[in-house]
Design a binder for this molecule. Structure first.
Ligand code: SF4
Length: 430
């Protein structure tokens, strides 16, 4: 059974982030129900956590180089990794890569059915087939039978840029309907041999086209969906395009696994994917969520610089907390009181705060180091213990700094009196 109608009552609820983190909230988006498949040991669909994928850019025949990249992707948060299988040497490489990989491997297959069969012999945990360039029904059914026997799932990877020319002609272009029909045609061939372990993607580089194709596909199938904006390009524009497409669908409950297709280091793809899921509350926070004020005339430090330094110091420490960098102690601790930890600047000092309560005051030059030290302790000991260990004089010091700054600048962050004097002088010269 490949096709179905979506019933809005049949929903599963996205599990929220862990209790106690700042991203936990009352919002739970219903996810459209899908069947579950297993990619190796990783479940996809059926209410399981949304997974992040990427693809290696090494030659697959370069076993050590490819494995090094797979390990880097895994460390960044990838759940599944795809490698091209475009030639005999690649298939032979996969035979050595698969048993040493920390994540399931998907073989990417285009044009050559024999490469799909070779990848199965190599032991891959999933195939990606492109129906646009693998079009002979008997060949597709042959692969499906092999997958059925081996319990290996397949992603039907429709791509607007390589759509079956017959569908391109029928629809007058790569329309959402054409992409969906391509996927359904392949599903029917799989159905004929009783093969159902399938996930589907209908990617396009055009974001509205991609969104609409997935919406239509989601309405007619319960197979898990792999989301992506193909050939999104280099960051930041590529990241924005991919996020626009993927996030829109996720917020509608559509999507079971995601991939950012960026012209960038694939580790950046994984980081972007993880960050999106964490920002939407769809995956547990794995790493720090750094927030920072946009800076303004009250800022006592270069907020951009300190925020960048803090991000660089914290990003690879696996600290699943929200950390704030705020430009002034006048407003910072209050505005960022929901953050687990933060630092605000004032009178050449950094005011460390936990959940808005000042716990320590440090010299300005030590702000980032103090932030990192406290972040480590906070994750290890917990919020209550760190609040109990607070320097009780710190709050009074911070209040004194805050009062002095208020006194110095009042609530006029723009130095308006000085500016008005300057304006008067300038106009007086006319
Ligand atoms: S925290 Fe202070 S410096 Fe940052 S935007 Fe708010 S008022 Fe301005």
């Amino acid at each position: 059974m490949c096709c179905r109608s979506w019933d809005s009552d049949e929903v599963t609820t996205t599990p929220g982030p862990p209790a106690g983190t700042t991203t936990a909230g009352p919002v739970h988006w219903p996810r459209r129900p899908t069947r579950q498949i297993m990619v190796g040991q990783v479940p996809v669909g059926g209410g399981s956590p949304i997974t992040v994928q990427s693809m290696t850019i090494t030659k697959t025949a370069d076993v050590d180089g490819t494995l090094a990249q797979i390990y880097a992707l895994h460390a960044a948060g990838a759940d599944i990794v795809r490698c091209t299988c475009n030639e005999r040497a690649a298939a032979e490489g996969l035979a050595q890569i698969v048993p040493r990989s920390p994540v399931p491997i998907v073989a990417d297959i285009h044009f050559h059915v024999e490469m799909a069969l070779a990848a199965l012999e190599a032991g891959v945990q999933c195939l990606r087939l492109n129906p646009g360039n693998l079009r002979k029904p008997e060949e597709i059914k042959l692969v499906a039978r092999e997958c059925l026997d081996r319990h290996v799932p397949v992603r039907i990877g429709v791509n607007a840029g390589s759509l079956d020319p017959r569908l391109y002609e029928k629809y007058g272009g790569a329309t959402p309907e054409a992409l969906v029909e391509s996927a359904q045609h392949e599903l029917r061939l799989f159905d004929e041999v009783g093969f159902e372990d399938v996930k589907i993607s209908v990617k396009a580089s055009n974001v509205p086209l991609m969104i609409e194709a997935y919406r239509q596909l989601s309405a007619v199938t319960d197979h898990p969906l792999h989301l992506g904006v193909t050939e999104a390009g280099p960051p930041p524009a590529g990241t924005i395009k991919a996020t626009a497409g993927i996030a829109t669908l996720l917020a509608e409950g559509i999507g079971d696994t995601i991939r950012y297709s960026l012209t960038a280091d694939p580790v950046d793809e994984v980081k972007a994917g993880r960050q999106l899921l964490e920002a939407l509350g769809l995956r547990e926070r794995k790493n720090v969520d750094l927030i920072a004020c946009p800076s303004c005339g009250r800022a006592e430090i270069d907020v951009y610089k300190v925020a960048q330094e803090a991000m660089a110091a914290l990003e690879d420490r696996n600290l699943p907390i929200q950390v704030a960098v705020m430009g002034c102690v006048v407003n910072g601790p209050g505005e960022a009181r929901s953050a687990d930890l933060g630092i605000a600047a004032g009178r050449h000092r950094g005011h460390l705060f936990i959940k808005g309560q000042i716990v320590r005051v440090v010299p300005e030059a030590e702000m980032v180091a103090a932030l990192v030290e406290e972040a480590e302790k906070l994750v290890k000991e917990g919020i209550d213990a760190r609040l109990a260990a607070a320097d009780h004089g710190a709050a009074a010091e911070a209040e004194a700094d805050r009062a002095a700054l208020l006194d110095l600048r009042g609530d006029d962050a723009n130095n308006s009196e000085t500016r008005i004097d300057l304006i008067d002088k300038r106009l007086g010269h006319r």
